[in-house]
Design a protein around this ligand. Sequence first.
Ligand code: AMP
Ligand code: ZN
Length: 116
Amino acid sequence: MSDCIFCKIIEGEIPSEKVYEDEEIVAFEDIDPRAPVHVLIVPREHIPTLNDTEPAQDGLLGRMVLVAMRIARENDVADSGYRLLINCNKDGGQEVFHLHLHVIGGRYLGPMVQRA
Ligand code: AMP
Ligand code: ZN
């Protein structure tokens, strides 16, 4: 999609620090890391939100999680712990509308969500 920042990263039109690539998935360092490890895992296909995935894309979603586990292992946070996060739409805090899975770790992350 022409005006999507993550599509541009996937195509190499915008620089990024890529840490993983295969035929359907790309992973790169978050530009504004919230923890020592903060990597974004994205499908090459432009899918705006988690809601836009189909049951037939269960394999893609599963492989994104497997890539996340691999990145956690490679960054030595598999045992210390890490968090996988998909923000969806406004209340979920989604800012970039190209599906992405955050892998965050390398420090104690605190409670899952701040109390209201
Ligand atoms: P979300 O709020 O789940 O949509 O998260 C979007 C994430 O994309 C944020 O953590 C941003 O720091 C990150 N981000 C935005 N622009 C870039 C970029 N050019 N390269 C890497 N990460 C980015
Ligand atoms: Zn996109």
